[in-house]
Design a protein around this ligand. Sequence first.
Ligand code: HEC
Length: 162
Amino acid sequence: MKRINKYFAISLFVIMLAALITSCASLSKNDSTNGTTWGTGAFGSNGERIYFTSTSERGSKITYDEGPTSNAWMMSSGQLACASCHGPDGSGGEHGMGQMQVMTAPDIRWSAIGEEFDAKLFNLAVTKGEDPDGSQLSTDMPRWQISDEDLTDLLDYIKTLP
Ligand code: HEC
């Protein structure tokens, strides 16, 4: 009985190791124009893909300036996407940034911001960090370089978030 348990434990370990290696291998195959690390067909729309990966199926570049400067944050995240801060469901949340700093990313579901924002104001907030009230958003929110088409796709996706 003991012997069987040992073999079971060893084979489980081997299976887990294999799974780990496979997932690492697929992560390193990041190609920002064709498919994503998530694999082809992982996203229901280009907007959803942009939200999670900051890559577009058009192959157009999506980059940003600013964003949090904390080392802990930069080193753990690599390329940021909306979901990194605003969460997979858009409802935002708190993020520890090291050195006891906390960043709070707001809820950006349309149910939360749709009254204050329209497409143009959304565009200004995302690309220039301009808040509808005329003030500048904190530089924890990156300033994005993104094409109008991609931004339209992205907003269409954000509007579908429940
Ligand atoms: C590194 C974290 C981070 C990432 C990545 C990020 N944001 Fe933000 N975003 C923030 C923070 C923090 C704020 C709040 C800034 C403030 O209130 O001064 C914010 C604010 C916003 C606002 C304004 C909300 C309001 O109520 O005023 C919008 C819209 C927004 N982000 C959209 C996006 C979109 C779209 C993306 C992806 C293209 C994105 N953000 C990526 C952190 C981030």
